[in-house]
Design a protein around this ligand. Structure first.
Ligand SMILES: [Zn+2]
Length: 424
């Protein structure tokens, strides 16, 4: 079933129905919430501050949605034929956020990827303004079909994948250390069969000195014309050599971590290493990869001050990090806002910059005709605390909050009932 149909059908269900197997539930349910007849505009977001970096829009605009697509983005849209008008005054209206580093193929047996029970990404994404996630190598070619069947095809969130070069992904069977299970042929095949869904190849959690895993990952990337996504625990790989080997457009995650799981981007004097500057200039992309252990304010603050800003806000969402200081990508966005990045920069990184990194330029923008994936975000002002993975607290005065999320043209999150009827 296409994602748009899943979303359409979900909103036709009574609330508890979302827990039922979809197809059987749908057969017996009326499609509540469907307009009786087609309207000119399905959803009209009025008066919000639109930030759409791809189209150089940063100002008060109205946004109209029709048939799951962006229909119009104009200063003042007046229509009497609107199914749902939402007053977005005082809020920011942007493309839905893209989290390029998640683990949403969660399993039992103390592994991340044996397929059951899997946590639906929808439980985490929409309440954070996120409409697309990329799973970072939780599945490899052996278990990608199970991942697709259990998670990708059943989620209202758009779920993409950086396929693991290790065939078993993060199941531990075989392990990500097993070089015999890193097949260029099998991985290339599954990318070809799932083009557009598999958007890159991941290498991570390898503790040997051999460069064979890296070489096989790179070879697969070249065959499939996709980026290499580099994760953590490559302790024996010297940072300079990693960065020398990465190509323009490859993605280096866990950028702002101290020398715990991988060499730090700063030297012992706190200065950004030359190899990092050279890699940045070459076009290597730097992902946050916050997670439960690899984001440190005492590295991030001086690194940002020396000009190394992230190209994407990968949360490294997994069952351990989601309830720690990481929480969700929107919380990571708030951290960078409070560390001095402008709101426009933060929105660009969370949307258009990430869409380009994963070579999906159809995403992360509000161009007329594109899928209506929209985040409506408020900025709460007050006295807040933000926590990194060393339990260090950064005070801040602004926190982003997802007010409304629209996925494929449907309201899938409405925090304060902006689209609800007033109680009579
Ligand atoms: Zn990860």
């Amino acid at each position: 079933m296409k994602r748009r149909e899943i979303i359409k059908n979900l909103s036709a269900l009574p609330l508890a129905g979302a827990m039922l197997p979809l197809e059987s539930a749908l057969a017996s349910q009326p499609r509540r919430g469907e307009p009786a007849q087609p309207r000119e505009i399905d959803i009209l977001l009025k008066g919000g501050h639109v930030i759409d970096p791809k189209n150089n829009i940063d100002g008060i605009m109205d946004v109209a949605v029709k048939d799951g697509k962006i229909a119009r983005v104009e200063r003042n849209i007046n229509s009497t034929d609107v199914a749902q008008t939402v007053n977005a005054t005082g809020l920011y209206v942007t493309p839905g956020f893209i989290d390029p580093h998640t683990h949403v193929f969660v399993g039992s047996n103390n592994s991340y990827a044996d397929g059951w029970p899997s946590l639906s990404p929808d439980a985490i994404t929409f309440k954070a303004g996120i409409t697309t996630v990329v799973d970072a190598g939780t599945a490899g070619w052996r278990n990608f079909p199970l991942f697709k069947r259990n998670v990708i095809d059943r989620s209202s969130t758009r779920v993409l994948s950086f396929i693991n070069i290790a065939g078993g992904g993060m199941t531990g069977f075989p392990s990500e250390e097993d070089m015999n299970d890193m097949s260029v042929q099998m991985t290339s095949n599954i990318i070809r069969q799932n083009s557009g869904i598999i958007v890159g190849v991941k290498l991570g959690h390898f503790s040997g000195k051999e460069w064979l895993p890296f070489d096989r990952t790179l070879e697969t990337c070249e065959i499939a014309d996709v980026p290499l996504f580099l994760e953590c625990h490559l302790r024996e790989y010297p940072l300079d050599e990693i960065l020398r080997r990465l190509r323009k457009g490859d993605i280096f995650s866990h950028t702002y971590c101290a020398a715990s799981d991988r060499e730090c981007v700063l030297d012992e004097n706190g200065k950004l290493k030359d190899s990092v500057i050279q890699a940045k200039n070459k076009g290597v992309l730097f992902d946050v990869g916050h997670g439960g252990a690899m984001f440190h304010f005492d590295i991030a603050i001086p690194t940002l001050a020396q000009g190394l800003k992230p190209d994407s806000f990968g949360s490294d969402l997994h069952r351990s990090s989601m309830n720690s200081g990481m929480r969700s990508m929107i919380e990571t966005m708030s951290k960078f806002l409070n560390m001095g990045m402008s709101l426009s920069e933060v929105i660009n990184v969370a949307t258009w910059s990430t869409a380009q990194a994963i070579k999906r330029p159809d995403l992360g923008n509000l161009s007329v005709g594109s899928d209506a994936d929209i985040a409506v975000t408020g900025i709460r002002r007050g006295s807040f605390g933000f926590v990194d993975t060393r339990n260090q607290r950064l005070p801040g005065d602004r926190r982003l909050e997802a007010e409304m999320t629209i996925g494929a043209g449907r309201i899938v999150w409405d925090f304060n009932g902006l689209a609800a009827r007033d109680l009579q």
